[in-house]
Design a protein around this ligand. Structure first.
Ligand code: ATP
Ligand code: MG
Length: 560
């Protein structure tokens, strides 16, 4: 059988083309460069899968580089979380590196720039600098400080470094061209003064290099062959190249920046700044809240690394921005859990059923497969007794022919057990049913042995034995936002679209085999969906998250 060969995405094509044109494959080196100012999200996963995927395809190293140039927003907590998430996704980085480790090298290069007359200290306020920047259609204006002497610039930059200036009082700018048609080339800022402690360099530095100056030079220091980033950096590419021109030597690899579209997902926001607002405003319970589009949130929700990698694969790498339907992500996890999760029984909205002709005090342990369609899952014994729970919605006193569940006078099969018939029910004054009374057919036991009943009825229900069931807290999630593109409204803040009903906590009964389930274990609750054991679980309180509901139920499947 021919293995289907997937066509290369346009980024992979760029690499293939460079190899064809003579780039030595031993010179290939990639990087994933997160800023440690938040947790990674499903958009980052696209970039991770792209860069690490290239590494795997070409057997080339991939660095994990923390672009940590802003001490005001970066923290060790984020560094740790990012490492955990990349590893969990299943990727191995070659080196763990930090832009802050290059501060001295960047500084030394900056001194060279000043000496060559290509950088100057500007004492104007940020407002003044902004006002002189011009617009896309209007050229900028030179700063009155643009033509200081090299000596004066060296002395002032030294003072900046020594902490003699307050934050915002001065900046160091590259001297390029205030009339350049690319606004990023109009004397961009190289360094600013920030008197904050950095998560790695502490108070060693009070001047910090700007992202553009740092990023390309870090790529060069690490000898990255291809620097892939998102589209918002396309207009920065000219500056990236100008900065490289100042330092590259011909015997080294010159990194190549190319851009691809950000991954956006419907019904959520993806900017770290906005995700941080959700956390800080208490709208969610932390970065790993199962409703968050973060990798840690998805992990806690029950997503598998395989499903996220598959999602990245099937949604592809685009040249233009678009929104990917969250249903595709949900499809990917359902597809994976369908093949891997053991199937068990849990009743989320229980109503008691009493089987009047089943002897009181009797219990049976029925053999039940963890998966009826695939081998290798094994089975467990499920206890059966006189009182069981079923889902409230699975019983009606009266219903039309299409209701293949339990109704008065009719039969259904209890999964892995017997056929029961509803004989009556008990109601409260307000009509709420509190108990259903049934009889069972002792000769209808399901199973595969010679005693197994061949008798078929239309509906099959899941259930748990009342005496044996374990109480569990089950968290049912809905979309965090009620709008498809919550941050796509010019006149409205994305927080206005937060869905107030995104979390519903129910008290359920689950089969006793789940007593030994460990945090993170994933299951199909038959007819209900996929669930996993949440990290809030304790000895006393078993907590499940619903990863994703299951649309197909036996009731529907068996109608065919
Ligand atoms: P955010 O907007 O969420 O704050 P960011 O771009 O500031 O994201 P970084 O930590 O700088 O986050 O991103 C690390 C890498 O991941 C960068 O190369 C960036 O281009 C890429 N990346 C970030 N967001 C996405 C996304 N939504 N889709 C694809 N790649 C992304
Ligand atoms: Mg960024």
């Amino acid at each position: 059988m021919n293995e289907e060969k997937k066509s290369l995405n346009f980024i992979e094509q760029i690499v293939a083309e460079d190899l064809k044109n003579g780039l030595d494959k031993n010179d290939l080196r990639f990087r994933f460069p997160p800023e440690p100012n938040g947790y990674l999200h499903i958009g980052h996963a696209a970039s991770i899968c792209l860069n690490f995927g290239l590494g795997l395809q070409h057997n080339a190293p991939v660095n994990l580089r923390f672009d940590d140039t802003n001490p005001a927003k970066e923290e060790q907590e984020y560094v740790d979380a990012i490492k955990k998430d990349v590893a969990w996704l299943g990727f191995e980085w070659d080196k763990e590196l930090y832009s802050s480790d290059y501060f001295q090298q960047l500084y030394d290069w900056t001194i060279e720039l000043i000496k060559k007359g290509k950088a100057y200290v500007d004492e104007q306020s940020s407002d003044e600098i902004r006002a002189q920047k011009g617009t896309p259609t209007e050229v900028g204006t030179d700063s009155p400080f643009r033509n200081r002497s090299v000596e004066e610039n060296l002395a002032l930059f030294e003072k900046m470094k020594n902490g003699d200036f307050d934050e915002g009082a001065v900046v160091l700018r590259a001297k390029i061209d205030m009339k350049h048609n690319n606004m990023h080339m109009r004397d961009p800022i190289l360094y600013r003064v920030l008197k904050k402690s950095h998560h790695r360099t502490g108070t060693d530095w009070c001047i910090f290099p700007m992202y553009d100056w740092t990023h390309g030079e870090s790529d060069y220091i690490e000898q990255i062959s291809h620097s892939f980033c998102t589209l918002e950096f396309k207009s920065h590419r000219e500056l990236y190249d100008w900065y490289l021109d100042q330092v590259v030597s011909s015997e080294n690899i010159r990194p190549k920046q190319r851009e691809f579209a950000r991954r956006n997902l419907s019904y959520t926001v993806m900017s770290k700044r906005k995700l941080l607002q959700l956390v800080e405003n208490g709208i969610v319970n932390g970065w790993d809240d199962p409703r968050m589009p973060t990798i840690s949130g998805l992990r806690r929700r029950g997503y598998t690394p395989e499903s996220i990698r598959n999602f990245s694969d099937v949604s592809g790498i685009a040249k233009r921005d678009s929104i990917t339907d969250v249903a595709l992500l949900e499809f990917c996890i359902k597809d994976h859990l369908n093949k891997t999760a053991p199937r068990v029984m849990a009743v989320l909205d229980p109503i008691k059923v009493i089987i009047s002709n089943y002897p009181e005090g009797k219990e049976e342990f029925l053999d039940a497969n963890y998966n009826d369609y695939e081998d290798g899952f094994g089975s467990r014994a499920v206890p059966f007794s006189r009182e069981i729970y079923i889902e409230r919605e699975d019983f009606r006193e009266e219903a039309n022919k299409k209701f293949f569940r339990l109704k008065l006078g009719k039969e259904v099969r209890l999964k892995n057990a017997y056929i029961i018939k509803a004989e009556g029910c008990i109601k409260e004054a307000d009509g709420k049913i509190t108990e259903i009374h049934c009889t069972y057919d002792p000769d209808s036991k399901s199973g595969s042995g010679s005693e197994a009943s061949k008798r078929k009825v239309k509906g099959t229900l899941h259930w748990v034995s009342a005496k044996h069931a374990i109480k569990a807290e089950v968290r049912l999630y809905d979309r965090l936002f009620s709008d498809e593109a919550p941050d796509g409204h010019k006149d409205k803040n994305f927080l206005e679209f937060v869905n107030p009903n995104s979390l519903d906590v129910v008290s359920a009964f689950v089969e006793p085999s789940l007593k030994t389930a460990k945090i993170g274990n994933r299951f199909q609750f038959q007819r209900k969906g996929y669930f996993c054991v949440d990290s809030d679980t304790t000895e006393e309180n078993l907590v499940f998250n619903r990863t994703v509901p299951l649309r197909d139920s036996w009731a529907k499947v068996e109608k065919k």
